[in-house]
Design a protein around this ligand. Structure first.
Ligand code: ZN
Ligand code: ZN
Length: 279
């Protein structure tokens, strides 16, 4: 079984207020746990602060995989309490060009945040994805693929026994500019995944003014899920301007679209605290 818990589902900017309570206003962070107890974190948006509070009494090594280094995926890290626990081992992993660790270190350089990274008492280690120094459970296979997103983005696909999930929180499926991947490439990569967690930040009518910003609208994401024979599509990275009611209305539009297209996968709008058990 793969257990997934969402700690932050907002894109771009954290948001708070009565109108955002149900889906939540924290930026991207999720936790994945396997039956053997192995656990990993994907991204360090502001959602990672709550996650840190929940695991503060555990001493197990932590594994944080980064999809990329835009603010909404790293801005919670300086407030992640395990960083301040002496000798706590924290592995930082990314599939980006060498030197990517500076994106993590430089946001704690004394100028943007008072505590410098090299003053931390925890034991922080940086790894290139698939580094031989990182041992993963033998039952787990993890692959990486590029998305269409400015500055580069790593999609992670995780397979454990017969279950597979893919995480793709920032991706412009129908990129109008230079694209790393086509719809067909993505459909092939995600083929038969039990769960696809995908970006759905914009509405179809917004794409004309936001094309090239690296995000998708629901119709192309639903088309992809159908092409790839996905069982459950989880839509995330909600735009910070969307209230709970707005997201409910987008959900209704999606219901209408998938009925019209006769698509059969299930849809979940991600919210803070959402737990999925993939069996
Ligand atoms: Zn993002
Ligand atoms: Zn991004």
């Amino acid at each position: 079984m793969i257990r997934i818990k969402f700690f932050g589902v907002r894109g771009s900017l954290p948001i708070s207020g009565d109108s955002y309570c149900r889906y939540g206003g924290k930026t991207t962070c999720l936790q994945i746990t396997l039956d053997n107890g192995y656990s990993l974190i994907v991204d360090a948006g502001t959602g990672i602060v709550d996650l840190g509070d929940q695991i503060i009494n555990k001493t197990d090594p932590l594994f944080i995989y980064f999809t990329h280094f835009h603010w909404d995926h790293i801005q919670g890290l300086p407030f992640f309490k395990p960083l301040y626990i002496p000798n706590q081992v924290i592995h930082f992993i990314a599939n980006q060009p060498v030197g990517w660790n500076q994106n993590i270190v430089s946001q704690m350089n004394g100028k943007q945040f008072p505590v410098c990274f090299d003053q931390l008492p925890s034991d922080c280690l940086f790894h290139q994805f698939k580094s031989s120094t990182l041992e993963l459970p033998p039952s787990m296979n993890m692959t990486a693929m590029a998305a269409n997103h400015p500055g580069g983005y790593t999609i992670y696909k995780l397979t454990v026994d017969k279950q597979s999930i893919a995480i793709c929180t920032d991706n412009e499926l129908l990129a109008t500019g230079p694209a790393n991947q086509s719809m067909q490439d993505f459909a092939q990569q995600f083929n038969n995944c039990d769960v696809l967690i995908h970006d759905c930040q914009y509405l179809p009518e917004e794409m004309a003014s936001k094309s090239g910003w690296g995000h998708s609208e629901y119709r192309s994401v639903c088309d992809l899920a159908a092409m790839a024979n996905i069982k459950q599509l989880v839509l995330t990275h909600h735009d910070p301007c969307r209230t709970d009611q707005d997201i409910d209305e987008i959900r209704e539009r999606i219901n209408f679209y998938i009925k019209e297209k006769n698509y059969s996968f299930s849809i979940t709008m991600a919210y803070e605290g959402l737990k999925l058990h993939v069996v």
